[in-house]
Write a protein that binds this ligand. Structure first.
Ligand code: SF4
Length: 479
């Protein structure tokens, strides 16, 4: 079977994805994956047209490349160029032909790839290097340089593809072995799954086998090490946990995460607490959640649930465009800066990074207030990571919130789905899409509040203990 960019790209993310694509397995549906595909196709078409505008019909060609006369050919730009060797094939987005000015120097062929994102990854460079390798072997000449045209602006990045050729060959070798072996690779859930078209299928299969990779906090090395000891399932792992006390004299006690304790919490469907989690008391709590588009460093929605003196108030600050973002952050800072004994709770590092980045875009008179907010900000996830083990496969806000009974307007919505929604809103300004995003953000703030309340609801009784869940829920329903 021919190795194409479609398979090559899949392998870079996950061998199983490559294998399933090669088999022609039906995708099980992923709105984000569909959106990425559509974005990629429309960007490629837009940029191809833009490039061809600068050429006459004689200077451009399309489709398969005639390899016989490339040195004397007239064309300067080729679009959708199909090239193939014995086992590699690519339809390169564009190829630039640059005739050398110096005598005797060969004509240069530069593969071009169009990528819609502002930020590029190593995988993007490797895909370009894959194109360069196939072109090089087809034309029988060295191709040491390629270009990536990317982003909305758009920008051009030159990549020394020659330096990546051996990395490309290594991967194509592995793909070749995978495709000839006819047996599927180990199914290992990973960070890419949320963006993958086979997400539902693979998750279902992993649940059926109770596979270790269901535990999102487990590293690849840990998993390999457990498997070498004959531990393949989450339940098997749960029996390996042995409590360890932190030595009393330890000056800087480590706060390790015991993955086997996570497995035990799942098996017993309870919450374990290791050590003594601390969440400071305050008169006012602000539960902060920020939505953004990571690719372009845009932060378009700030949601803050404020609880003070037994009263709840919700603030939403929405930016129609990037230039509005400093205004909404200034409004947020102004709304909460005078609240008494303020504590800001957020989940993960995203909000802290957003505040730090936005501080640079705010007027100088708001810098010190932003610093105070940052000082009073507590990352609830880091406290959970060090001390709490919920019976959930991940520590995501949604998984833990769901376990604690926090309800959401849309149970299946994710951060990736929000990226799709916001981009769709950018295109059509549909009012219901904005309402959906505001609701999603509110639900995150309320879930965070529920988690913090839960963490405050128990006292610490030892270095390792579990919470009697029926008691906790009974107590809540009696209120
Ligand atoms: S869902 Fe995850 S494990 Fe399955 S093919 Fe995709 S990336 Fe690989």
């Amino acid at each position: 079977m021919m190795i194409t960019p479609y398979l090559y790209e899949a392998y870079l993310k996950c061998p199983t994805k490559c294998f399933l694509r090669a088999l022609g397995e039906m995708a099980t549906g992923n709105a984000y994956a569909d959106w990425v595909r559509t974005q990629g196709a429309s960007y490629r078409s837009r940029e191809s047209q833009r490039l061809t505008q600068g050429t006459t019909p004689d200077e451009r060609v399309m489709g398969p490349l005639a390899t016989g006369n490339v040195e004397s050919a007239k064309w300067r730009l080729a679009i959708d160029v199909t090239v193939r060797t014995n086992h590699l094939e690519s339809t390169i987005h564009a190829v630039e032909r640059v005739v050398s000015q110096g005598r005797g120097e060969p004509t240069q062929f530069i593969p071009i790839r169009f990528i819609y994102t502002d930020k590029l990854t190593r995988d993007d460079r490797l895909l370009l290097a894959f194109d360069a390798l196939v072109l090089s072997e087809t034309l029988g000449r060295e191709i040491g340089l390629g270009k990536i045209i990317h982003g909305d602006k758009p920008a051009t990045l030159e990549v020394k593809t020659g330096a990546l050729a051996s990395a490309v060959r290594k991967v194509t070798g592995k793909i070749g072995s995978l495709l000839t072996s006819n047996s599927p690779p180990d199914l290992v859930l990973n960070r890419h799954c949320a963006e993958c078209e086979f997400q539902t299928r693979c998750r279902q299969k992993s649940i059926e086998t109770n596979d270790l990779s269901l535990l999102s906090g487990m590293t690849e090395n840990e998993r390999t090490s457990y498997r070498s000891k004959g531990i393949f399932t989450v339940t098997q792992l749960s029996y390996t946990f042995r409590p360890r006390k932190t030595p009393k004299r330890a000056k800087n006690p480590a706060k390790p995460r015991y993955i086997a304790l996570q497995a035990l919490a799942i098996r017993e469907n309870t919450v374990y607490v290791h050590g003594q989690p601390q969440l400071p008391d305050s008169k006012t709590q602000v539960y902060l959640n920020i939505e953004g588009l990571p690719d372009i460093e845009s932060y378009y929605l700030v949601g803050a649930l404020v609880v003070s003196g037994g009263t709840e108030t919700f603030h939403s600050f929405w930016a129609d465009q990037k230039s509005d973002e400093p205004t909404i952050f200034a409004q947020f800072v102004a709304a909460i800066r005078d609240l008494p004994e303020l504590q800001v709770f957020h989940y993960g590092n995203y909000e802290r990074i957003a505040l730090l980045k936005m501080k640079a875009r705010l007027p100088e008179c708001l810098h010190s207030t932003t610093d105070v907010l940052l000082e009073r900000a507590i990352n609830v996830l880091s406290v959970i990571h060090s001390h709490l083990y919920f019976p959930t496969i991940s520590n995501s806000l949604k998984d833990i919130g769901r376990f604690l009974g926090s309800e959401r307007a849309n149970e299946n919505a994710t951060g990736l789905q929000c990226i799709v929604w916001r981009n769709s809103w950018n295109a059509n300004k549909a009012a219901d899409t904005k309402v959906t995003l505001l609701q999603y953000n509110q639900d995150d703030c309320r879930t965070l509040k529920r988690i913090v309340e839960f963490m405050r609801s128990f006292g610490c009784t030892g270095f390792l203990w579990k919470i009697g869940f029926p008691d906790y829920f009974q107590e809540r329903s009696n209120r």
